[in-house]
Design a binder for this molecule. Structure first.
Ligand code: NAI
Length: 427
């Protein structure tokens, strides 16, 4: 049962549409003065926001259509309506939609998440008037605002700032913590911030938004209030699991810290009821959700499977991209693991130098000293989103540095940084 279009937040108002926008800003970047460094001169270029959004709609339509076809091909009936759990009779769970009752032995809840709306004065009114946007509205704008304030320097805030800040909008990011990009390695987040400052973006760190007014945002920093005037505000301060739309209470399903509690097989406390994706709050990423769905289905089919979280990649699709998998040095220390790390500039990879004029990318690899295995990789570089999976496999398979050294990489490729690190590490 799906109330809206198939594909959820990821496809309709998250991962996919934001990549469409970011791709346009990456292309545009080469038509600015930056492109001249490559011998590409396109004076007077600009971004046609309407065309970008039209293309975004086409991309979404294609992919939503593809999901629909996959459903048909697999004989899955899609009920385009809100599903509500009616109750249980022994082994049978009843779910109602559009006045019809569907009976099932097994139920998978995948209700996702929604943008958190904080009780900051003026935010609710701002959302109602359209002045304050969540990711949804920010991916729908057909006209470029002149000035935008982004509240929250996390993943959504940075990806959308990376688009709007490059295509001609003056962007200020207001972040409560002393650094942007949440748990991402501090050195990498500083380099990323510096890169975007060069593009004209301004970051206000350790800054708490105290109210939103009709024409701007007021924040407090070091005990002083400051106001930023703007045409639009993007609210990106995190997401909340959706747990109140399908009647989980009728089956006595237990929630914890605002999310459905699940075990490693994605089982809730209720017999034969599973919860996958953002609604269980365990790893709020689309790729984690896929895997959780597979684990739940395998468990239903009696196949042995278990959700593991240690090698789930996380990617910031900024320019440059930041991709991480496994532990940071701090996490390893907390877990009592003795580590040996290696940090390399991306310039160690020939293709990176060929394609990134003035690039400041870096890569950090963390190894377990005792077992000589890779336990963490943190990379700021183009293509890192594509090759981080290799590091994830190495971590998941507990590959030793010797085994990693034997792998052959395509040359030249940015991924060769892994090989360089494996030979550079003092292990
Ligand atoms: P987030 O948790 O990544 O970042 C929110 C930021 O807002 C934090 O840095 C926090 O300190 C800050 N903040 C909170 N309250 C604030 C306030 N009052 N004033 C100033 N700053 C404040 O949340 P975000 O960016 O909304 O993303 C939500 C979810 O979406 C994440 O869980 C992420 O996993 C997912 N996502 C993943 C993407 C990816 O994998 N590339 C892309 C976009 C979203």
């Amino acid at each position: 049962m799906e109330e809206r279009a198939l594909g959820g937040t990821c496809l309709n108002e998250g991962c996919i549409p934001s990549k469409v926008l970011l791709n346009s800003s990456k292309i545009f970047h080469y038509t600015t003065d930056y492109g001249k460094l490559y011998g590409v001169v396109c004076d007077g270029s600009h971004v046609e926001q309407k065309t970008v959004i039209e293309r975004k709609r086409r991309v979404i339509d294609t992919l939503v259509g593809g999901v629909g076809m996959a459903m048909k091909a697999n004989h899955v009936e899609v009920v385009n309506a809100i599903g509500t759990i009616a109750g249980r009779n022994g082994d049978t769970i009843a779910v109602e939609a559009e006045g019809k009752t569907y009976e099932t032995k097994y139920l998978i809840v995948a209700t996702g998440s929604k943008a958190s709306v904080p009780p900051i004065p003026g935010v609710k009114e701002g959302i109602a008037s359209g002045f304050v946007m969540t990711n949804f509205e920010a991916l729908e704008l057909t006209e470029l605002p002149k000035r935008m304030v982004v509240i929250g320097g996390g993943v959504i805030g940075l990806e959308l700032a990376a688009y709007y800040g490059v295509v001609g909008c003056k962007v200020d990011v207001v972040e409560m913590l002393p650094k942007i990009a949440g748990p991402i390695d501090a050195e990498i987040s500083t380099l990323l911030q510096k890169g975007y400052e060069k593009e004209g973006m301004t970051f206000h760190l350790g800054a708490k938004v105290v109210r939103v007014e009709g024409d701007g945002v007021v924040f407090e920093k070091d005990g002083k209030e400051q106001k930023l005037t703007c045409d639009k505000v993007l609210l990106a301060i995190g997401r909340k699991s959706v747990i109140d739309t399908c009647g989980i209470e009728r089956l006595g399903i237990v929630t914890e810290r605002g999310a459905i509690r699940v075990d490693d097989q994605m089982r809730t406390n209720a017999l034969n009821v599973f919860a996958v994706g953002d609604c269980n709050g365990r790893s709020m990423l689309a790729h984690s959700a896929y895997r959780m769905g597979e684990v739940a289905v395998n468990t239903i089919l009696g196949r042995k499977d278990r959700m593991r979280y240690k090698a789930i990649p996380s990617v910031l699709y900024t320019n440059p991209e930041v991709a991480c998998v496994g532990m940071s040095e701090e996490q390893a220390k907390e877990a009592g693991i003795e580590t040996v790390s290696v940090k390399l500039p991306m310039a160690y990879a020939g293709r990176y130098v060929a394609e990134n004029e003035g690039g400041n990318g870096i890569a950090k690899f963390i190894f377990d000293k005792k077992y000589r295995t890779l336990i963490g990789a943190h990379v700021m570089s183009n293509y890192s989103s594509e090759f981080i999976v290799a590091c994830g496999i190495m971590i998941e398979q507990e590959m030793t540095v010797d085994a990693i050294r034997e792998i052959v990489y395509p040359h030249p490729s940015v991924s060769e940084i892994i090989r360089e690190a494996a030979f550079a590490v003092k292990l």
